[in-house]
Write a protein of this length. Structure first.
Length: 89
């Protein structure tokens, strides 16, 4: 599986407050971004996979909602996260 416990801990420790900080907006957005990149690569090879395409659209929507929430709460954290993850906007 592409998303092992070690990979999750690495993502959470890099973008969250600690390796067990799974609830912060930054760590959730980072995890969603990792999953989105993986699904995008899968769809490049398998263009007819409609179920994966739907999952990708749902994940992008969840990430967008979290980013909008973070932007309303703290613009500086939002800008830092966008810069770290190389996201547009």
């Amino acid at each position: 599986m592409y998303l092992t416990t070690e990979v999750k801990k690495e993502i959470f420790s890099k973008h969250g407050k600690s390796a067990t900080d799974t609830g912060s907006v930054e760590s959730q957005v980072a995890l969603f971004s990792f999953r989105i990149l993986h699904l995008t690569e899968h769809l490049k090879k398998n263009r007819q996979d409609k179920f994966t395409e739907r999952s990708l659209v749902l994940l992008v929507g969840k990430r967008r909602k979290l980013l909008d929430y973070l932007k309303k709460q703290d613009v500086e954290r939002y800008r830092n996260l966008i810069k770290e993850l190389n996201l547009r906007k």
